[in-house]
Every structure is written in C-alpha cells, then in structure tokens.
Design a protein around this ligand. Structure first.
Ligand code: SF4
Ligand code: SF4
Ligand code: FES
Length: 240
C-alpha cells in the first residue's frame, strides 16, 4: 500500500491502481466517459483530467494528466479541480459536443461545466470514439465483433468494413457500456436487434413460462465457452 493526497486529503491505495478509480471510491467527483473498470483504461475522452505533482530530487513538477490511466504513486499530490483543469475540460467537452452534438450526456456536461456556444464545425456523428464497445466486446464478451473504421472525421466504431455484423451475438454489453447511449437495442418477444450494428437475432424462449430470456447466439457462445450444451438453456433461470 502507498499514501498520497487527493485535494489535500491523505488516501491509501495499492501502488499502480487507477487514480480515477481511487478518487471515485473516496467520493471525489471526476467526470469521465471512456473509463470502465472491467477493461484496461484507454484514455480516449480525456475528460478525467487532474493535476499531479511529483517530487523528484527535491524539485516539484506539476502536470496535467488523465486520471483513469495514471497509476497511484507514493507521495504524489493530486488536484481534481483548478482553473487550468476547468479550462481544459471545457475545451474537451466543446470538442466532443462538436463531434456528437445530439448526445444528451454531452449536453448535460456542457450545462454543468458552463460550455456555451460550440465554436467548432459540428458533425452529425453520434459516437465519440471512446472505444469502450470495441474493448468490451473483445476483452469481456470474447467476440471481437467491432473495431475502428475510417479516418479523421469519418472515423467510427463499427463492425469490419461498416457492414452489418456477422459476429455479434446481440448480448447487449456494448449497449450498456456506451457512455453517450448511441448503441440502441430493440426487442420483440422473439427477436433482438442491435440497431447500430444492424444485427437481428432470435431470442430463446423458456419452454416452461414462455419468457424470452436471451439471444440464442449468446447462449451458444456461452455454452461453447463453458463446455455446456444448448439444451442446458431450454428454460429460463426462474424456471430452472
Ligand atoms: S452486442 Fe454484439 S457487438 Fe455488442 S458486445 Fe455483444 S457481441 Fe459485441
Ligand atoms: S459507439 Fe459508444 S461505446 Fe462505442 S466507441 Fe462510440 S461512443 Fe464509445
Ligand atoms: S475517462 Fe479517462 S480519458 Fe476518458
């Protein structure tokens, strides 16, 4: 365990743990969009800025850094709010809002941090390129259905070649993770559609109660990973 300070308060943590994670657990509020504790911090949105002061050979150096991917180190001094942080954070929100002007979460952040009129050319994108869907699909679900396509303003998180996904099992994990809610899911009794990836798959219906509880492809994926049989999922959890 090591000790350092956040806004003057001494905290203890494991060396190397994410500063953002520690700060959150200690009740400090640092805005963030692309951090999710189930995957490696990618540092994409840059919203979680803090100032970190380190002392080396008797000299103090302060730098502005993203906190999600900055490791806890002995003796550092972390500041979560300052004029410099606020100014940079407002600029980041403005840039994100220029990319995805209809994103409600960004509009809320803009209101909270006093970002007025956006001075940059607005695009009609919905995705802020945080990469969470790509990482979660690959590293947590184990499907790897998504990646980044295109360049510059045309860059986007998509299935390969922007085609309807052939790999997606419609588990919905990316839907839950997207910080700007741009991956929509639609469901009927028998089908589930992940709208953004143009993937529609049948749902497994419980043979006992008739409740449709998961996409059949998701259950097949799970069965393959665990060595179970699809027959083990003939009924829903409640009827088991
Ligand atoms: S819904 Fe599809 S793309 Fe999203 S995490 Fe699940 S498998 Fe991957
Ligand atoms: S679709 Fe959502 S989760 Fe995926 S990269 Fe874009 S903003 Fe992030
Ligand atoms: S949450 Fe740290 S860069 Fe996005």
């Amino acid at each position: 365990m090591i000790e350092f300070t956040i806004d003057g308060k001494t905290v203890q943590a494991e060396r190397g743990e994410s500063l953002l994670k520690i700060a959150n657990a200690q009740g400090f509020r640092i805005p963030h969009l692309c951090y999710h504790e189930v995957v490696q911090a990618y540092g994409a949105c840059r919203l979680c800025l803090v100032e970190v002061t380190q002392t080396s050979h008797g000299r103090k150096r302060t730098k502005l850094t993203t906190s999600c991917n900055f490791p806890a180190l002995e003796g550092i001094e972390v500041v979560t709010q300052s004029e410099r942080i606020g100014r940079n954070r407002r600029m980041i929100i403005e840039l994100l809002l220029a990319r995805a002007p209809k994103a409600k979460r960004l509009q809320e952040l803009a209101a909270e941090y006093g970002v007025g009129k956006v001075r940059f050319a607005e695009s009609d994108a919905e995705c802020i390129l945080c990469g969470l869907c790509v990482q979660i699909c690959r590293d947590v679900v184990g499907v790897d259905a998504l990646g980044f396509t295109g360049r510059g303003v045309n860059k986007d998180a998509r299935p390969p070649f922007g085609e309807p996904s052939k790999e997606c099992i419609a588990c919905g994990a990316c839907v839950e993770a997207c910080p700007v809610d741009c991956i929509k899911m639609e469901e009927t009794h028998t089908m589930r559609t992940i709208v953004r990836w143009k993937r529609t798959l049948p749902m497994r219906v419980c043979e006992e109660c008739g409740y449709s509880f998961a996409p059949t492809f998701q259950l097949m994926h799970f069965a393959k990973k665990t060595g179970m049989s699809l027959d083990d999922f003939r009924v829903c959890r409640d009827c088991r």
